[in-house]
Design a protein around this ligand. Sequence first.
Ligand code: AOF
Ligand code: ZN
Length: 360
Amino acid sequence: MGVGPHDERFMAAAIRLSRWHTGLTSTNPSVGCLIVRDGVIVGRGVTALGGRPHAEPQALADAAELARGATAYVTLEPCSHHGKTPPCAEALIAYGVARVVIAVTDPDPRVSGRGIALLRAAGIEVDAGLLEEEGRRALAGYLTRQTKNRPYVTLKLAISADGMIGREGGGQVAITGPAARAQVHSLRAETDAILVGIGTAIADDPLLTVRTPGLESQSPIRTVLDPALELPLTSKLVNSARDVPVIVVARPEMDEARAEPLRSAGVEILPCDPYHPEVLLPALASRGISSLLVEGGAKTARLFLDAGLVDRIQLYQGPGTIGEGGIESPLQKTDMPSGFAHRGTFIFGEDRLDEYEREL
Ligand code: AOF
Ligand code: ZN
């Protein structure tokens, strides 16, 4: 039969559905599944919060007997392994689905190719690779952790009209307005961990949580690169460590007298050279962190850029100037590193967001 224009429309809808739970499914990918019969959606499912059940059994249960002879649109190859739940490929077969359309094949070695093979062996027509690029972007965290053993890294910068990201000794400086800030909070909500350098942690005393009403429980793990354990015990980060986790990345040969009170306040100390992101990122990935948001400051941004370990750049530009005593942005629109493609421009009130992304 082959792939038709309606297939793209339904797959695009399945990808949108998958984004509902991005960052909220633990180490599992957030997958979207639609069951379509005679051009009508009769079942839908997205990987449940925490990662289980998977998308397909939920969509199939939703469609019930209407799944027989229908087409399933799934953003990731249905699983074939007996994990914590039975294989989704078997569920699709049992419900009598006639055709399965897939965006991205699963790199998980327990599944890769086997899901498709199981479906075909049961006589189901399978079309794989539809809207693959969009599907890969929606699954970026999962795919990066599976194939590169590190989280997908987003660098976010807010730059004033005169190219500054803050003021020396000025604490937190408002560069963008409330609409852009709300946008950053929803990005935090779909991200597993957020990272700043000790300079920013001391100068700004940030909280780094999600404060959008209704999303407060989705705050990322807060990570500070703090080689010599200088994070003040009176900081907002330390004081909230029992509510939202804080990981301090310190040099392995650390001063125990500094480490102990931090630990007692609920902070986890990760002994790892803070200046080697190529070592730190796999350590974070092994804790199940699939996405990381680097939020400051200039030195930390440079560290990740120079290591070639940034996948996406979000550059916010506000209308105000900082002038005298300004800290220059480590990156301007005019000197984007090679390999980054401009993905789009978005307007939030008086602010502008330009997004750049590397090939996954
Ligand atoms: C699907 N549909 O919605 C998701 C899938 O630990 P388990 O047993 O839940 O298995 C985790 C693996 O399942 C994960 O690595 C990935 O291969 C797949 N995730 N598969 O068919 C889904 N979330
Ligand atoms: Zn599954």
